[in-house]
Structure formats: structure tokens, C-alpha cells
Ligand binder design. Structure first.
Ligand SMILES: Nc1nc2c(ncn2[C@@H]2O[C@H](COP(=O)(O)OP(=O)(O)OP(=O)(O)O)[C@@H](O)[C@H]2O)c(=O)[nH]1
Ligand SMILES: [Mg+2]
Length: 191
């Protein structure tokens, strides 16, 4: 089971993406998340059953101060902005910093949501992709309303988590080995 934090400014569609993925439905009315909501969903990838525990956090300013505590222990982050809302894109640095400070160097997927209303777009795909590349994030655009690319988002996320976990195991193996070699090196230096 992997903990995933869903983060970003208020009203960008974090809850909507989570509900679309977990229950395949959509709500037009806006109900701000006051803290954190939890949803779990299992996925089958390469015959393995992976359970994602989704921590859907509230993005409104008065909720923000409570959040960092909830970020620790996450295996990955989903950083959401609204392609029709420039401010939500401008606040990405703030949110990324919160993730890095409290969850560490976990894989993060940047999501530009609401592409069903791309006629009101305020942030180009190119600009978002450039930001993502610079910050070492994966970028994709979704609509929680129509459901477009929502399965891709979470399936991709699981793959990224699995790759990262495998990398961690490898790094640990590597870290264990040079320690012995280092001892040997010190021994010869001393001698
Ligand atoms: N057109 C469109 N509207 C969306 C989409 N996703 C969410 N919305 C609407 O945007 C509003 C905010 O959605 P939420 O999912 O509650 O946003 P949130 O990021 O969870 O907001 P906070 O909990 O306050 O941080 C709601 O009215 C949704 O119906 C989308 O893909 N397209
Ligand atoms: Mg919400």
C-alpha cells in the first residue's frame, strides 16, 4: 500500500480527480476540503495488486497551515493546478516546496486539470511542460469532469512509485557495498 498526497491551490479539482478515479463520478458544485479526506483504491499492474491510499488535501489558505504534517511518509505526490487559473499555476513553487520539505524527494506528477474548458486556458501546455522538466516532474493534462486521462494519471503514478521503490532498493544495496570497500581503503591508507 502506498500513500499518495494530492496537493495544490484551492478549487483546482483535487477532490474531483480523486473521486473520478475512485468512484468514477463528478460533482459540479464546489465543496472545499477542510483538512484532508482519505480514499483508497486498488489497481492491478503487471499481475500485482497495488493499493493506493489517496490523501486529498484542502488547498484554501486557511487549510494550508495544517497540511505539512500530513505529507510525511508519502510515496508520491500529485501536484494539481487549473489550466484556466493563472494563480494556481503561479503557486506551484510554493506547493512543491511544501512537498519537498515534508515528504522528501518523492516522485511528483504535475497535473493540469480542467482541459474540458481549454477554450478558457490561461497556461499553455508548453509553459507547464517547461516548468515540469526544470523541476524533474512528470506532466499531464486531465479533466475530472469528462474523466479524460484520469486513469492514465493514476496508473502512471503506480509505475513511477514502483520504479522509485526499486531504485531505492538498488541504492541501498549499493550503499551497503562501498562501506566495506571503504573500510578496506582506510585500512590500506592507515597501513
Ligand atoms: N470544468 C471542470 N470543472 C472541474 C473539473 N474538476 C473540478 N471541477 C470543478 O471545480 C470546482 C472545484 O473542484 P474540487 O475538486 O472541489 O477542487 P479542490 O482542488 O478539491 O478544492 P479544495 O478542496 O478547496 O482545495 C468544483 O466546482 C468542480 O466541479 C474539471 O476537470 N473540469
Ligand atoms: Mg478538495
Amino acid at each position: 500500500m502506498f500513500k499518495v498526497i494530492i496537493v495544490g491551490a484551492g478549487k483546482v479539482g483535487k477532490t474531483s480527480l480523486t473521486i473520478r478515479f475512485a468512484e468514477d463520478r463528478f460533482r459540479e458544485s464546489y465543496l472545499p476540503t477542510l483538512g484532508v479526506d482519505f480514499l483508497a483504491k486498488s489497481l492491478t499492474i503487471n499481475d500485482a495488486i497495488i493499493k493506493l491510499q489517496l490523501w486529498d488535501t484542502g488547498g484554501q489558505e486557511f487549510v494550508m497551515s495544517l497540511l505539512p504534517f500530513y505529507f510525511s511518509g508519502a510515496a508520491a505526490g500529485v501536484l494539481v493546478y487549473d489550466i484556466t487559473n493563472r494563480n494556481s499555476f503561479n503557486s506551484l513553487d510554493y506547493w512543491l516546496k511544501q512537498i519537498r520539505q515534508n515528504a522528501g524527494n518523492v516522485p511528483v506528477v504535475l497535473v493540469g486539470n480542467k482541459i474540458d474548458i481549454a477554450d478558457q486556458r490561461k497556461v499553455s501546455s508548453e509553459e507547464a511542460q517547461t516548468f515540469a522538466t526544470k523541476k524533474n516532474l512528470i506532466y499531464l493534462e486531465t479533466s475530472a469532469k469528462t474523466g479524460v486521462r484520469v486513469p492514465d494519471l493514476f496508473e502512471g503514478l503506480v509505475k513511477v512509485i514502483m520504479d522509485n521503490e526499486a531504485k531505492k532498493v538498488k541504492q541501498k544495496e549499493k550503499a551497503d557495498k562501498p562501506a566495506e570497500e571503504e573500510d578496506e581503503f582506510n585500512f590500506w591508507q592507515k597501513a
